[in-house]
Design a protein around this ligand. Structure first.
Ligand code: ATP
Ligand code: MG
Ligand code: FE
Length: 343
């Protein structure tokens, strides 16, 4: 069984083909990062225009590389949300056109479900599992008791982890997206600055990163006023230590409380070397197995959408011709809603 998937929720135009739910056949990602860099962030208008230019080429490249055609596909999966509406629309309309032209089944996929399912291309899931989603727009702890079921037990109350990385990077005048640059700097620095950790109420699995971001900005500002030299690598190391401490401690606590079999890390920040190392150490003797995807499956790609889409397809989910981009698509009700309206 072959599923082709399209992902255009943000600034990568991506197409992938997955065989039998878990075998990655082709994974093409056309990144627009260079076009957005000089603006210091993703410009929605530019993103949409790039997706229009790239989508046909990316589809062709994926089929050519796989040595397969659209006829060989059993279904077409596409990210329907969340994301930038104009960007999502390009992918949704491309998927609908292909599905209509060849009368193939169409499956809508939640972008974050995709980030989680990226891990299933590496290892079979065992439930219950806990997913730590750390991306540009999300920071969540999600409990999965079975395929397609997502219970958000904790989430950020302000900034996402990736957003905090990118904002701190900007104050250090690093290029966009700043996460990878902070990661590199942090490895060379010392955790010499004691930045706050937002634990929130006792027992809460929620996160908050805006206070940390402000603390970094204030510290830099004070240093500048006093003419004090602060090393960017020490700022990066100290900031990263705070983020990692909170993420790994809360993930560990939730894994214990819910007695999960696996802990999955997902989203762009899962590429962070410091976070990967800290989680490996933390979960070394824990009862739960830790899964972290390879780097190319952490940031946005369509392989993850194919992986999540294949499961949804085999569970009987079908999108209608009324499938639309949904920039605020909710993860928790996504499984039920699809079964009710599209099965
Ligand atoms: P979402 O998935 O929530 O819709 P998104 O798709 O924009 O948001 P991703 O593509 O999953 O987010 O991840 C991008 C984010 O990951 C950016 O904020 C980027 O800085 C961050 N990131 C990438 N690599 C690293 C790294 N090595 N260390 C820290 N952050 C990183
Ligand atoms: Mg991205
Ligand atoms: Fe993403």
């Amino acid at each position: 069984q072959y599923i082709v998937a399209i992902e255009t929720s943000c600034d990568e135009t991506a197409v992938a083909i997955v065989k039998n739910e878990r075998e990655l056949v082709t994974n093409i990602v056309a990144s627009q990062i260079e076009s957005h860099k000089r603006f210091g962030g993703v410009v929605p208008e530019i993103a949409s225009r790039h997706h229009i230019e790239q989508i046909t080429l990316t589809l062709e490249e994926a089929f050519t590389e796989a040595g397969l055609t659209l006829e060989d596909m059993d279904a077409i999966a596409v990210t329907e949300g969340p994301g930038l509406v104009g960007a999502l629309l390009i992918g949704v309309n491309a998927a609908k056109s292909l599905a209509f032209a060849k009368q193939k089944p169409l499956v809508g996929v939640h972008h974050i479900a995709g980030h989680i399912y990226a891990n299933r291309l590496e290892k079979e899931f065992e439930f219950p599992l806990l997913a730590l989603v750390v991306s540009g727009g999300h920071t969540e702890l999600i409990l999965m008791r079975e395929h397609g079921s997502f219970e958000v037990i904790g989430e950020t109350r302000d900034d996402a982890a990736g957003e905090a990385y990118d904002k701190v990077a900007r104050t250090l005048k690093l290029p966009y997206p700043g996460g990878p640059y902070i990661d590199q700097l942090a490895a060379k620095g010392e955790e010499s600055i004691d930045f706050p950790r937002a634990w929130l109420e006792k027992g809460s699995y929620d996160f908050s990163f805006s206070g940390l971001k402000s603390a970094v900005i204030n510290r830099l500002h004070n240093a500048k006023q006093k003419g004090e030299e602060l090393k960017p690598e020490d700022i990066a190391a100290s900031f990263q230590a705070s983020v990692i401490d909170v993420l790994s401690t809360k993930a560990y606590q939730a894994a214990q409380d819910y007695n999960v079999k696996q802990v999955i890390v997902a989203g762009g920040v899962a590429a962070n070397k410091g976070l990967r190392a800290a989680l490996q150490e933390k979960f070394k003797d824990a009862g739960a197995e830790l899964l972290i995807p390879p780097l190319h499956l952490c940031t946005d790609n369509a392989a993850m959408i194919a992986a999540a889409g294949a499961v949804a397809f085999n569970q009987g989910h079908r999108a209608g011709w009324d499938l639309n981009a949904n920039p605020g698509l909710d993860l928790e009700n996504y499984g039920d809603r699809k079964l009710m309206s599209y099965k």
